[in-house]
Design a protein. Structure first.
Length: 288
C-alpha cells in the first residue's frame, strides 16, 4: 500500500498536528529562563531543529518544573515524539506510558498520546498492537470526534498493510457514521475501498471507487475538511494511474499522471506523478 501523504508532525503536543482539531491548547510562548514555559519552548524548538539530545535534556528538566499534570504530560509526550522521530520506539513508548498513567489530564491530551503510540507500532510493522492503540481512541467518549475519525482512518491503513482487504472495506464503511460531521467522509471511504481493490489486483473495481472519491464536490466542505479533501482526491487520482500501470496500459497511465501534474495542488503529488511519467518514458525508450 502506498503510504499516505501527510507527514506525521510528531513534534507538536496537540492533535491539530494530525490534521484534526482538538481542545488541547497550543504550547505557551517562552517566558523567563528556568521556568516551565521557557524550558518547554526551548526544548521543543531544539527538537524541531533536529537537536534531539539537547531538546530531550531540556524537556526532561521541564518535567521537574511542571506545576500541573497537563504540563507534565505535554512534556512527556514531546519527549516521546522526539524519540519516535529517531525510531527509538521503546524509549518513545516508555514516555507515552508515563503520559497515559498520569491522573486527571485533559482527555484530548491522552488521545493525542495514543496517536503516536499507535504510529510507533505501525512503523515497526506491529499492526495488531497499532490497532489496539487506535481502538483505545475509538473507545474514548470524552474527546472530540475528530480523534475518532483520525483513529478509524489509521486503523483501516493497518488492515491494508496486512493485506486484510475485506476487513479494510468493512472498516471503511464505518466511516459513513461520521458523514454528518465531516463532509469529506465519502471521499475518504471511497479512497480506502479503492485502495483495497487496487492492492487486491481488482483494477476495474478500484478505478470505480477512486472515480467516486474524485467525483465529490468541495462546495459543501468545512474549512477543516478542505485539506483532507485535497489529499485523498489526489491519492485517488494516483490510484487510477497506478491501476493502469499495473495492467501495463502505459498510455492511459501517462494520461492520468499528466492530469495530476496539471492540477493546482500540493507539490508532493505533482512531483510523484511527474516522476512516474519519466519512468514510463524510460521504459518505452528501452523497448525501441
Amino acid at each position: 500500500m502506498r503510504k499516505l501523504f501527510i507527514v506525521f508532525a510528531l513534534l507538536c503536543a496537540t492533535a491539530s498536528c494530525y490534521a484534526d482539531t482538538t481542545a488541547v491548547p497550543a504550547p505557551p510562548p517562552p517566558a523567563s529562563p528556568e521556568d516551565f514555559n521557557s524550558m518547554f519552548g526551548t526544548g521543543s524548538s531544539d527538537g524541531l531543529n533536529g537537536k534531539y539530545d539537547k531538546g530531550i535534556a531540556e524537556l526532561t528538566k521541564a518535567v521537574s518544573l511542571a506545576t500541573t499534570n497537563d504540563q507534565k504530560a505535554m512534556v512527556l509526550l514531546q519527549i516521546g515524539n522526539m524519540y519516535l522521530i529517531q525510531k527509538k520506539f521503546a524509549e518513545a513508548r516508555a514516555n507515552y506510558d508515563k503520559v497515559l498513567a498520569t491522573n486527571k489530564i485533559n482527555p484530548s491530551l491522552k488521545a493525542s498520546t495514543w496517536m503516536p503510540y499507535a504510529e510507533s507500532y505501525s512503523q515497526e510493522g506491529k499492526y495488531h498492537e497499532a490497532r489496539a492503540a487506535y481502538n483505545k481512541i475509538l473507545s474514548m467518549k470524552d474527546v472530540p470526534l475528530s480523534f475518532h475519525f483520525y483513529a478509524q482512518r489509521k486503523k483501516i491503513e493497518t488492515y491494508l498493510s496486512t493485506k486484510q482487504y475485506v476487513q479494510a472495506r468493512k472498516e471503511s464503511e464505518k466511516l459513513n457514521s461520521y458523514n454528518k460531521i465531516f463532509a469529506v467522509t465519502s471521499v475518504v471511504a471511497a479512497y480506502y475501498i479503492g485502495e483495497s481493490y487496487l492492492d487486491e489486483g481488482n483494477f476495474e473495481t478500484a478505478r470505480k471507487q477512486f472515480a467516486k472519491a474524485i467525483g465529490v464536490k468541495e462546495n459543501d466542505l468545512q474549512v477543516e475538511d478542505s485539506f483532507l479533501f485535497e489529499i485523498y482526491q489526489q491519492q485517488a487520482s494516483l490510484g487510477i494511474a497506478l491501476s493502469y500501470f499495473n495492467q501495463k496500459q502505459y498510455g492511459k497511465a501517462k494520461e492520468e499522471y499528466a492530469k495530476i501534474v496539471k492540477m493546482n495542488c500540493w507539490g508532493k503529488f505533482k512531483s510523484e506523478a511527474a516522476n512516474e511519467i519519466r519512468v514510463i518514458d524510460n521504459m518505452q525508450k528501452n523497448w525501441k
